[in-house]
Ligand binder design. Structure first.
Ligand SMILES: Cc1cc2nc3c(=O)[nH]c(=O)nc-3n(C[C@H](O)[C@H](O)[C@H](O)COP(=O)(O)O)c2cc1C
Length: 176
């Protein structure tokens, strides 16, 4: 396998989060700083974030916007970040938001934190719950925390947690 920087090699999306761990204010600020410095088309910076920490009102509102099947494990995440985008060209601004979240995940890895992104949530409901201004489109929820014990997960999720991860070979990705 070609060389990969450890910051990317060690990133993965767990479902087992440590239910007692919290992010320090510096860690939370560092994640948003990483997102802030992402590149964007025309430097438009169309990303917007809502951040909730365990058991605060924002965290609770984000959690209940998720499918109940995910709430069971996401509730152990220390911090929940909503990634939203704004601006005229939704395709372009969604792309930029994805880059900002990618930056956030790399910074999280550098801090020994883990991120699991979720796009399955009640977007319209969350926009109302968080009283988001019109034109702000929530697209993803990022669950952030420290790694927990996979044996604390229900059996079906535990198996998925410990399964080998797969990717298509590079040769399958090349168009020419
Ligand atoms: C934009 C985006 C949306 C995702 N949505 C969900 C989701 O709704 N539920 C979920 O369990 N995982 C979700 N994931 C996590 C992916 O399933 C995961 O990243 C993928 O299986 C690759 O695994 P890895 O991140 O451990 O490499 C999402 C990831 C991304 C980037």
């Amino acid at each position: 396998m070609a060389h990969l920087t450890p910051l990317l090699a060690f990133r993965w999306s767990p479902r087992s989060f440590d239910p007692s761990a919290e992010l320090t204010p510096d860690e939370a600020a560092s994640l948003l700083e990483a997102a802030r410095w992402a590149p964007s088309a025309g430097n438009g910076q169309p990303w917007r974030f809502a951040i909730g920490h365990r058991h605060d009102e924002t965290w609770k509102r984000i959690l209940i916007s998720l499918p109940s099947s995910d709430q069971g494990w996401v509730r152990h995440a220390a911090t929940l970040v909503v990634g939203a985008h704004t601006g005229g060209d939704a395709e372009r601004t969604a792309y930029d938001l994805g880059q900002a979240i990618a930056h956030l995940t790399v910074q999280a890895t550098a801090l020994g934190l883990y991120v699991h992104q979720l796009s399955r949530f009640d977007r319209a409901g969350l926009a109302i719950e968080l009283d988001l201004p019109g034109g702000i489109r929530p697209l993803v929820v990022a669950a952030v925390g420290r790694l927990g014990d996979p044996f604390d997960l229900p059996a079906d999720l535990r198996t998925r947690e410990t399964d080998l991860r797969h990717r298509r070979p590079v040769a399958d990705l090349l168009l020419h």
